[in-house]
Design a protein around this ligand. Sequence first.
Ligand code: SF4
Length: 359
Amino acid sequence: MNSAEEKRTAQALAREIRTICAAAGRPMQFMEVCGTHTMAIHASGLKSLLPGNLRLVSGPGCPVCVTEKGFIDEAILIGRKYDASLVTFGDLVRVPGSFGSLTTFRAEGGRVTVVYSPMDAITRALQESPRPTVFLGVGFETTIPTVAATLQAAGLRGVDNLFVLPAFKTIHRPLQILAAKDDLHGFLLPGHVSAIIGAGSYEYLVQDFNKPGAVAGFDPLDILVALRDLSRMAAEGRPEILNDYRRVVRNDGNPVARAIMDEVFEPADAVWRGLGVIPGSGLALRGTFTRFDARKHLPVEVPVAKDDPRCLCAAILTGSTTPDKCGLFGKECTPEDPVGPCMVSSEGTCAAYHKYGVA
Ligand code: SF4
């Protein structure tokens, strides 16, 4: 918050929230579904403005964090077996797998390139041709349409050495599981993902679970407005889905982006760290686009991966605990030497707690 006016507005919103929560007279717990919200909340120190009976917990919206360890293993095994060039977004390279991370694989001579856009994977594939080039497909509805558009472009250009290793996730199925938890009283809904799927797509939270949701932007004031609305709806027992990010999110989202996504991908089961296999919560390549499927064309045997039992990432991603309850936090597990993905990702809850302090 930069200006004096923004600070005054934030304090007024915080007062409203405190008044609502005091009148409610009971604890309320909301989940910030999105990792970008987690970071924004900690970076701005918003928690210090909230009353003691309003608690925020993290959800499964950090794509790197919910990606299972076996995916890193699979990528490295493909790289080794096929001398493939791996292309990925930056956060993934430091996530520990069973036999090292993508960073250690690169240090051992493996080919790993960090890109900022899926389209860069086409450039890389052309540079590497005929070597197989594998884009590591991690992300939610925000990212998936751009990957789909990349594969459409690759198809048109006849790029035949580009593949995708899919670990994409969609947000509604895990939310349906989490909404059934009695100790969650509302959801701060993700701004970026909602720009694609639409604020109207969350109505099941109200109809099936009697829980409110508020789509929020990422400025501190955006988040405070959404928390004020969630507090009021939860306190009054009158849940709705409110779109508090109207400058970006429409009720019907972005139908064009969804159409591109649907042309290239179809629903599939997905494994979520913390939630296990959730039917229909992931995406697989569809029809003629299966020609890009690394799992089909570059198969490897992936041993069952075991997470460090001391790492609480799985519980953190379902709002069941917080990083400060982990015995490794800030000791054996730091951003420089992470044990679990929640400490690696720029959207990870452990990384947020470590960078900005335990609120
Ligand atoms: S501090 Fe490290 S070990 Fe503990 S839950 Fe977070 S990522 Fe896992």
